[in-house]
Design a protein around this ligand. Structure first.
Ligand SMILES: [Fe+2]
Ligand SMILES: [Fe+2]
Length: 297
């Protein structure tokens, strides 16, 4: 492990890997990213969700993602995205609302969907953004747990991870699509709680764009996807493929770099989808990397 007093602890954030053994559009990109990440000897890898193409309807996608995660040389902490457990009712673009049954599949195959990690002098908190705004009992349980965690940091710097971002830069209160961000009522409460607690960063995925902006004392960081670049013509941020390389220091300072590893392929979603509206309904796609991952396990 790196001496925290000198170089800081190394953390890698990956996101939106969108893996599937059957619709294996992005398996090669995951393997290219992992090859590069495994050379870093990171102290921790955090995955901020959308592990799968269609884990909501196809648990085999989640099981395949779990197999792929075992290729990581570093310990991984994982969070769910809308493609894994579904979206908030009322905002479900793909008619895949999050349910207790879908959460259970994820928990059985991956593990806890929210978590705390003491990491050097830091406290890292992973949140399940998909239950925010649902009214499920788990939503209240997670928010109570978060309040307790924030009350008991004992002065440690805190970093927060979740799948969906909280806002666009310069557009916090504007009417933005609910399926892109955490739903508005919950978003305002969560945002003010995190800002009041002075968390050092809130790091998300989902938009397949890289962004790093400061609001008050807190930096809001969007991770690039490993699967495909965003085609969203809204908001800000740079569409890119890759991952984020963090150094976290004992005094609460940190650095982040966006890395685009060699060998990643830019794929056009419109070509992959064929006549389908959503990627989950696209024709199957073969990739040799599927066998490599299955053979590894
Ligand atoms: Fe995604
Ligand atoms: Fe997503």
């Amino acid at each position: 492990m790196v001496d925290p007093a000198s170089k800081g602890l190394r953390l890698v954030q990956i996101s939106d890997t969108h893996l599937s053994d059957r619709q294996a559009f992005f398996v090669d990109n995951y393997l290219a990213a992992m090859k590069c990440i495994n050379r870093l000897s990171a102290d921790l890898v955090v995955h901020t969700g959308d592990l799968t193409v269609n884990g909501v309807a196809r648990p085999a996608d989640i099981a395949f993602a779990a197999s792929a995660h075992r290729m990581s040389a570093s310990r991984m902490c994982v969070l769910p995205g809308n493609h894994d457990v579904g979206e908030e009712p009322g905002f479900a673009m793909m008619d895949q609302p999050v349910t207790i049954e879908r959460l259970k599949v994820y928990r059985d195959l991956i593990g806890p969907d929210w978590w705390a990690e003491d990491f050097g002098g830091w406290r890292l908190l992973g949140l399940n953004s998909q239950i925010l705004g649902t009214g499920l009992a788990d939503e209240a349980a997670q928010l109570a747990w978060l309040a307790d965690q924030l009350d008991r940091t004992s002065g440690r710097p805190v970093g927060v991870f979740l799948h969906k971002p909280l806002f666009f830069a310069r557009q916090i209160a504007a009417g933005v699509p609910g399926s892109i961000f955490v739903p508005s009522g919950t978003r305002a409460r969560l945002l003010s709680r995190l800002l009041r607690a002075g968390v050092r960063f809130v790091a998300s995925g989902h938009l397949h764009k890289y962004l790093d902006v400061r609001f008050g004392q807190t930096r809001f960081i969007w991770a690039p996807a490993t699967a495909y670049r965003s085609g969203l013509r809204v908001g800000t941020g740079a569409p890119m493929l890759g991952y984020l390389d963090y150094r976290l220091f004992e005094d609460g300072a940190f650095t982040v770099r966006a890395i685009h590893p060699p060998g990643m392929v830019v794929r056009k979603l419109s070509r992959l989808k064929g006549n389908s509206t959503f990627l989950k309904d696209a024709p199957d796609f073969a990739c040799d990397g599927v066998e490599a991952i299955q053979a590894f396990n």
